[in-house]
Design a protein around this ligand. Structure first.
Ligand SMILES: NC(=O)c1ccc[n+]([C@@H]2O[C@H](COP(=O)([O-])OP(=O)(O)OC[C@H]3O[C@@H](n4cnc5c(N)ncnc54)[C@H](O)[C@@H]3O)[C@@H](O)[C@H]2O)c1
Length: 399
């Protein structure tokens, strides 16, 4: 529990407590100390399939109670917000049931595993909004201060007419063929693997920055290692794996690359991989317009590079802007200028904005409709990679 005890409580029920569960817990625990919040987040209940494991996690992370059945968590009267930190195959059933039960929902990305599921979630969110129930999707990179500031520069027309956006999101944790299976390599649980995982971030960021949707894509996907060992202690069914096999079949891409055409005619170039040896969590974004360019590298999260083509030729070049001034988005809540913040703060920023949106009665972004548009692009890339050639993206209601 954090923040002023006189504020009303906002009781959180979180499903999943590992990677994202830890990141969200950190954010829920911190935001009341950093921001002047209209409500006080309370770590009410956390859910995982195994009671003993979940109780250990709850004790370490500071959650008051545990559930082992997410349906039970969603039905609880003492939960106001359901925070979904479980694999993507669970996003649609949990979110739809939670919204129907009148709970605000924060859902990790990608929205879902299929366009159909995503459309059902977007519809459930639309209907819930009419009853004052909010939903938000966890594309946390929108809330890197440098990328949010880049978005503002583009809204102000500082880059002129946009010609190119280039996004590479690269990791290397599957470079070793002996790296063991987990749910991220099984389509039934993770959808399109790296495409859904890292590709969804890349697509959302580009559509958000440009303020327009991808109209068509041409892509390819690659699976370099088709079978991987099961971890020795794996609970195979819980991970969607066959318990009789000592190896698991990887039925999702390890890497994907695609070209995209935006509605305005701008050209997008995207690459995502879990096999880019040496790249741990490398997210690079560059946008080129008629009067300027900007570039961002997640490994230098507090910097934005800006090129202003209207400067005199003798003084041209990319400028490095340090994004630690109080005028930069969310930054005033943290430390004095030059005292850098990091990756975990993106989660604090999104959950802070969710708490404010709930209090103000407005729908936060990214919305489930935004996630549906991303899902339509992912689906088009998959179809393009199977059949070759350009595939049109169906326009969804956000735009
Ligand atoms: N925003 C980001 O940068 C980012 C980064 C990583 C993952 N993610 C997303 O977060 C989600 C979770 O990924 P993760 O990396 O935290 O996975 P993880 O494997 O680390 O954690 C998954 C959690 O879900 C729980 N779980 C699984 N089945 C369950 C069930 N039936 N009932 C209750 N709990 C269940 C597990 O116990 C575990 O605690 C995914 O959608 C993933 O794409 C987002």
């Amino acid at each position: 529990m954090t923040g002023d005890a006189s504020r009303p409580e906002l009781r959180i029920g979180m499903i999943g407590y590992l990677f994202m569960g830890r990141a969200h817990t950190q954010a829920w625990s911190t935001i009341g100390r950093a921001f002047d919040l209209p409500a006080r987040p309370v770590l009410r209940v956390v859910c995982g399939p195994d009671r003993a494991d979940t109780e250990r996690a709850a004790a370490r992370l500071g959650w008051a109670e545990v559930e082992t059945d997410w349906h039970a968590l969603v039905r609880r009267d003492d939960v106001d917000v359901v925070d979904i930190c479980a694999p993507a195959s669970l996003h649609a059933p949990i979110a739809i049931e939670a919204l129907a039960a009148g709970k605000h929902v924060f859902c990790e990305k990608p929205l879902a595993n299929t366009v159909e599921e995503a459309a059902q979630m977007a519809e459930a969110a639309r209907a819930a909004s009419g009853r004052g129930v909010r939903s938000m999707l966890g594309f946390n990179y929108r809330r890197v201060p440098a990328l949010s500031y880049a978005w503002q520069l583009m809204r102000d027309g500082r880059l002129g007419e946009i010609r190119h956006v280039r996004v590479a999101y690269l990791q290397d944790w599957l470079s070793d063929p002996a790296a063991p299976m987990n749910w991220r390599m099984t389509s039934r649980v993770s959808g399109s693997g790296v495409l859904a995982d890292l590709g969804s971030h890349a697509i959302d960021l580009s559509q958000h920055l440009l303020g327009e949707p991808v109209n068509a894509v041409s892509g390819l996907t690659a699976t370099f290692v088709a079978q991987r060992p099961l971890p020795p202690d794996v609970d195979a069914p819980a991970h969607g794996l066959d318990p009789d096999l000592r190896t698991g079949v990887v039925d999702v891409p390890d890497a994907a690359a695609f070209l995209a055409r935006f509605a305005s005619g701008a050209v997008g170039t995207f690459e995502v991989s879990r096999m880019a040896t040496g790249r741990k969590n490398s997210l690079r974004v560059e946008v080129n317009g008629s009067t300027g360019s900007l570039a961002f590298d997640l490994e230098r999260i507090c910097e934005l590079e800006l090129y202003d083509a209207t400067q005199p030729p003798a003084e041209q070049g990319f400028r490095r802007i340090l994004m630690t001034e109080p005028v930069h988005p969310w930054v005033a809540a943290w430390w004095p200028p030059g005292h850098v913040i990091g990756w975990e703060h993106t989660f604090s920023h999104e959950l802070r904005d969710l708490v404010v949106a709930i209090a103000e009665g407005v729908d936060p972004r990214p919305s489930f409709a935004d996630g549906l548009q991303v899902q339509a692009v992912l689906d088009a890339v998959e179809r393009s990679s199977r059949g070759g050639g350009w595939v049109e993206v169906e326009r969804r209601p956000t735009w």
